[in-house]
Ligand binder design. Structure first.
Ligand code: AMP
Length: 186
């Protein structure tokens, strides 16, 4: 099964994706995690991506498309994958379709974690205190919400046209939301 977990920054998609991954036995792959690792290791990808990430901007598609190709072609993802943090643009969504189709696969469902915007910012400020992510400053938090609304939220309509979107209420405890997420893929 190939799933996409979609939601604004701070919606809990990483946490919920990880729980769902354990429950379904399908790996969760996050482009954000891969990019942070690349930055830490000082690879060429990391060097190219770092400036965009620190500003809260999307890393350009010309850089990300190669990473997505690598992810979806990996042995780890061969039996299906939970995509966390990608696709984030229509070009990325088209690439995902093409890469899966080449393996006789397709996007089976898009889980949209729905959280009101005021709560998103509060959650991210809290996460910044706990995790100390360098892109979790108040300025970049606001920037990333705007980028999500402008560049990624249009994907909801893109997948709605194919009837793939399952909306999950993202308010409540981690466990409550996890139950809803799991219910939405059964
Ligand atoms: P995330 O951990 O998913 O919130 O990603 C952190 C940052 O990494 C984002 O703000 C972007 O700068 C970059 N990033 C992660 N995934 C993507 C993607 N699919 N396309 C473009 N930029 C990405």
């Amino acid at each position: 099964m190939d799933l996409i977990i979609l939601g604004a920054p701070g919606s809990g998609k990483g946490t919920q994706g990880a729980l769902l991954s354990t429950r379904l036995g399908i790996p969760k792959i996050s482009t954000g995690d891969l990019l942070r690792a690349a930055v830490k290791d000082g690879t060429r990808l990391g060097t190219e991506a770092q400036g965009y990430m620190e500003k809260g901007l999307l890393v350009p598609d010309q850089i990300i498309l190669g990473l997505i190709e690598e992810v979806l072609g990996s042995a780890e993802a061969a039996q299906g994958v939970i995509m966390d943090g990608f696709p984030r643009t229509e070009a990325q969504a088209e690439a995902v379709d093409k890469l899966l189709a080449a393996q006789q696969r397709q996007v089976d469902k898009v889980l949209l974690i729905d959280v009101p915007e005021e709560e998103l910012v509060q959650r991210m400020v809290r996460r910044a205190e706990i995790e100390g992510r360098s892109d979790d400053t108040p300025d970049t938090i606001r920037k990333r919400q705007g980028v999500y609304q402008q560049q990624t939220a249009p994907l909801i309509a893109f997948y709605d046209r194919r009837n793939l979107v399952a909306r999950v209420d993202g308010k409540g405890t981690v466990e409550e939301i996890a139950e809803r997420v799991h219910g939405a893929v059964r």
